[in-house]
Design a protein around this ligand. Sequence first.
Ligand code: HEM
Length: 213
Amino acid sequence: MVLKFAEPRWLVAKTTTHLLALLPLALMIMAAMQGGLGADPVAELTHRSGRWALRFLLFSLAMTPLRRLLSRPWPIRFRRLLGLYAFFYASLHLLIYLVLDLQGEWAQILTDIVKRPFITVGFAAWLLLLPLAITSSKKWIKRLGRNWGRLHKAVYAIGLLAILHFFWLVKADKREPLFYAAILGVLFATRLIAAWRGRAAKHPSAASTPARR
Ligand code: HEM
């Protein structure tokens, strides 16, 4: 295989991203081994994995606006990687819930999905993440063509569901879920503005004509 000139730089950048992305997992394992997870270790692991799932989702969503802001293509190279880490931490979060919280009584999750709205919403977010993770490869991008982009726009809805899930379970201090909601709002707004500008550039006359009622 012939190595391109730019490859070592990307290799370093991607390896660093993987290492940073795996750091929260390493810290969770270390804290678990040293008894540093507080009075309720299972709850602490659920909280940490859930937060990292949400954060990686937002990091991945931030890559397209960052590309526009910097007028450089490189952020896009990290979008898929960060999205897959969102799925990884969301699946870890689900696994911790199933194995450590429900302790093997897995049928209980069906009752939870029906009776506890925040679980319903969290589960819906995870289910929607699943096809995005499966279709994230180059093979699927080719196979789905334009539909790939349409499918992957669902990531905003997933972000919204994940934040709603967080918002619902927090009893008193809602500042953290509100902070994530504000970030998602800004990212979505930049997307809308870019789409509007793109349309205006394609059809300049339509953009300057007032909309018909
Ligand atoms: C797969 C289905 C899911 C289940 C069963 C589930 C379950 C839970 C549970 C039991 C908690 C802790 C509730 C408490 O403290 O009382 C929690 C918290 C949380 N979950 Fe999920 N969740 C799911 C999916 C997700 C997904 C997909 C995300 C993000 C992408 C997510 C993000 C969060 C966040 C941010 C928290 C709050 C963490 C904190 O309090 O610090 N969850 N979830």
